[in-house]
Design a protein around this ligand. Structure first.
Ligand code: PEP
Ligand code: MN
Length: 336
């Protein structure tokens, strides 16, 4: 149920409504918009009729059931678009955000060089994996904590905030101490223990759609994080599995406008893991801007042929600079 406050409702009235919601056994999730405050009351659906009584409380305009199975992620429960800050970088606002860097952190030199390249190109956030979810148990699994420490140092030297993946709920506290944003999902999209754990984290979450999840399932996974208390979730379309084999996955560009209609959360696109081939990364990035994504996350490596992970889809520096020129031009054209 959502409780819509009157536009002139006072802070005390809002506070009283929140306390009342919690006194009847629901969790209150207030969303303070420019016009008015909306309070999501989330809990056991079976006796939600009691929430109707909120209409008699001072400052309340009306109550409305949220019909979607994802409550807090739905557009109804939130006025306007959510802006998620990664360090000092807002995602979901007017500025198109580029997160870029290598698939895996391989050494301090490799990450520092990558960071200089992506920063020179104009990327705002550095990516790099320390815990790698690999299809084969024989592939490089990541530098783990040593990699996180390198990332932290490189971040300080270059002033780029960072995003890195965490695959095990037991590592969330550790990763959180080093990274500015926690990447999860794809293969782990329905690891409910992990979703709830990052839901208790203080850092924002980049939630990647699984290769076999529907848009509704993606939003239900986001709901786990939001309902656990972390409001800072960015959704990522990274390609889904279809019958097509010419690309590693099929980039579902339609997911972007569909998600924009259903949720207030920012949506970004990962063209690298969708394509699996660097040749398609620039055209797909252009498409991501044009289709209305809030940003992209792209793999860039100083020497892709030497990369320990995902070299085939990683961009060389010159290609990345070209991508950034194209992205800037399309983003500027879209503002007109
Ligand atoms: C990655 O970001 O390097 C990665 C492994 O992505 P995905 O899980 O989407 O394949
Ligand atoms: Mn990768």
């Amino acid at each position: 149920m959502i409780i819509i406050m009157k536009s002139q409702a006072t802070d005390t009235q809002i506070e009283k409504v929140i306390n009342w919601i919690e006194s009847v056994g629901y969790k209150a999730h207030p969303s303070r918009g420019v016009e008015r405050t909306i309070i999501g009351a989330v809990g056991d659906n079976r006796d939600k009729a009691v929430l109707k009584y909120a209409e008699s409380l001072p400052g309340v305009e009306k109550t409305m059931p949220i019909l979607k199975p994802y409550k807090l992620a739905s557009r109804e429960s939130h006025e306007g678009n959510t802006i998620v800050s990664v360090g000092s970088i807002p995602i979901g606002g007017p500025e198109f955000v580029v997160m870029a860097g290598p698939c895996a952190i391989e050494s301090e030199e490799q990450l520092l060089e990558s960071a200089y390249i992506v920063k020179k190109g104009g990327a705002q956030i550095l990516r790099g994996g320390a815990f790698k979810p690999r299809t084969s148990p024989y592939s490089f699994q990541g530098m783990e904590e040593e990699g996180l420490k390198i990332m932290d140092q490189v971040s300080q030297r270059t002033s780029l905030p960072t995003v890195t993946e965490v695959v095990n709920p037991l590592d969330v506290d550790l990763v959180e101490t080093y990274a500015d944003m926690l990447q999860i999902g794809a293969r782990n999209i329905q690891n409910f223990a992990l979703l709830k754990k990052v839901g208790h984290a203080r850092k924002p979450v980049l939630l990647k759609r699984g290769m076999m999840t529907t848009i509704e399932e993606l939003l239900m996974s986001a709901e786990y994080i939001l309902s656990s208390g972390n409001p800072n979730v960015v959704l990522c379309e990274r390609g889904i599995r279809t019958f097509e084999t010419a690309t590693r996955n099929t980039l579902d560009l339609s997911a972007v406008p569909v998600l924009k209609g259903l949720t207030h959360l920012p949506v970004v696109v990962d063209p690298s893991h969708a394509a699996g081939n660097w040749r398609f990364v620039i055209p797909l990035s252009r498409a991501a801007v044009a289709v209305g994504a809030d940003g992209i996350i792209v793999e860039v490596h100083p020497e892709p042929e030497k990369a320990v992970s995902d070299g085939a889809q990683s961009l060389k520096p010159e290609k990345f600079y070209q991508l950034m020129d194209d992205v800037r031009a399309i983003a500027a054209a879209m503002r007109h």
